[in-house]
Design a protein around this ligand. Structure first.
Ligand SMILES: Cc1cc2nc3c(=O)[nH]c(=O)nc-3n(C[C@H](O)[C@H](O)[C@H](O)COP(=O)(O)OP(=O)(O)OC[C@H]3O[C@@H](n4cnc5c(N)ncnc54)[C@H](O)[C@@H]3O)c2cc1C
Length: 411
């Protein structure tokens, strides 16, 4: 119990709080301003933090279109800094099995490739210009809901009262845990080593997204090579039983980068990390009082393979959930408001399930476990020179099937 005379006993009252200033929280804040809602973003880390790695590099055209709807012009600086590739290439055991060049198109026509930290700089700058209020370095430690709203406890002990909360506090979401919401799903068997490297002007690679099945220079392991604004990203899939440390630390790390990309690239390492990827979705996207909505990695975890569904589903979560919160605030009737929130929570959770299943299918394909999977891939590689669809299948399968739901729920 708080002492009635302490400052914490008199909570500040706000219509909307966004928890977390990652890309999903920033998009949610922009969406709130689009609906003329005052919004406070509560962030655990300090304002001058350094964000790691390229992470969610690929932003689909559909996501860019959504961003334009809530913040016209915001995609221009994103597109300017990004790279768009027109070539797709797949190899199997060192032999090309698929190649496709798309006709020249306007930058961003099919999406953009840009480091997540550079995306966040653009989004944060726009948030500031739209009058979003930030509380840096004062994370949420606890939260409780009732039929009228939400009480948030921050790290400095202060209390905030909000009509609605959008939780964008990432994979380890404190909000999700405070509400007792669990995650359902699985995890990749393999470990993946992800490395960002700089361009090498003396030894440039062509702007191609390349997927290597069973790369012979890396002991038959799969490698994905993706260009993004300012560099290249390599994702190496380790085999079960591998000594992951040998590939993720020197000299092994530089050796496989050089084997894949050629001289110079290993010298320009900017970030590397080792992951096993989850594909899981929150059991509920709202609380029992329909006052909190989960978005982004607070709500779902997908591997970057399987179609870049992480941030590309976080953006519609944020935009459609804020739209629902604006409608609920305007409804002026508790039961009606709860109905609106429950409806969007169900819609985004269903999208999450579709994305989870597609990402899981992509992981099964990538990991190539089991005789049937391996045989299918080998046979497709064998017939690819004579049958284009087999090569296209090898190229597309690591993206996972397109989720069989409407475009609004698709990502
Ligand atoms: C190696 C890797 C590669 C990836 N590749 C892709 C890709 O190719 N395509 C793709 O779409 N996605 C990819 N992702 C996923 C992508 O990074 C996430 O989808 C994205 O970061 C989710 O954004 P978010 O805002 O939900 O969470 P985060 O970026 O994690 O942001 C959460 C924010 O909340 C803050 N926070 C945490 N706890 C609290 C608290 N208690 N109170 C206040 N603030 C708090 C954090 O400090 C952080 O700022 C990748 C992820 C990884 C790790």
């Amino acid at each position: 119990m708080n002492d009635a005379t302490s400052p914490a006993a008199v909570p500040e009252v706000l219509p909307l709080v966004v928890v977390g200033a990652g890309p999903v929280g920033l998009v949610a804040a922009l969406a709130a301003r689009h609906h003329d809602l005052p919004v406070v973003v509560v962030e655990a880390e300090p304002e001058d933090r350094i964000r790691p790695g390229s992470r969610a590099t690929f932003i689909f055209r559909e996501s860019l279109d959504l961003l334009e709807q809530i913040a016209p012009g915001v995609t221009e600086p994103l597109i300017q800094q990004s790279r768009s590739w027109l070539d797709l290439r797949t190899t199997y055991a060192g032999r090309e099995v698929y190649y496709r060049r798309f006709p020249a198109a306007k930058p961003g026509r099919f999406g953009i490739s840009l480091s997540q930290k550079d995306q966040e700089v653009v989004l944060l700058d726009r948030c500031r210009r739209e009058g979003v209020e930030f509380r840096w370095g004062n994370g949420l430690t606890d939260l409780a809901t009732d039929t009228e709203g939400v009480t948030l406890t921050l790290a400095d002990g202060s209390l905030v009262r909000a009509s609605y909360v959008l939780a964008a506090d990432g994979a380890r979401s404190t909000v999700r845990k405070a509400l007792g919401i669990t995650m359902d799903g699985g995890r990749s068997e393999s470990s993946f080593i992800i490395v960002d490297v700089r361009d090498v002007p003396d030894n440039p690679m062509s702007l191609t997204r390349t997927f290597h099945y069973r790369h012979p220079a890396v002991g038959g392991r799969n490698v994905l090579v993706v260009p993004f604004g300012g560099g290249w990203r390599f994702d190496l899939e380790c085999n079960p039983g591998d000594n992951v440390e040998a590939f993720s630390s020197e000299p092994g790390l530089s050796q496989w980068i050089t084997a894949v990309a050629g001289p110079g690239y290993a010298d320009g390492q900017m970030w590397s990390s080792t992951y096993r990827f989850n594909h899981s979705v929150a059991s509920a996207f709202t609380d029992a009082n329909s006052r909190v909505l989960l978005a982004g990695e607070a709500a779902h975890l997908f591997p970057p393979f399987g179609g870049g569904r992480g941030l590309n589903s976080g953006i519609p979560d944020a935009i459609f959930e804020i739209e629902a919160i604006a409608d609920a605030l305007a409804a002026g009737d508790t039961a009606k408001s709860a109905e609106i929130i429950d409806a969007i929570a169900t819609e985004r959770r269903d999208a999450g399930f579709a994305n989870r299943d597609a990402a899981a299918a992509a992981l099964v394909h990538m990991e190539g476990r089991g005789l049937w999977n391996r045989t299918k891939q080998r046979m497709a590689a064998l017939i690819a020179p004579h049958y284009e669809r087999a090569g296209r299948w090898l190229d597309r399968a690591p993206m996972g099937p397109t989720a069989p739901v409407s475009q609004r729920s698709r990502f």
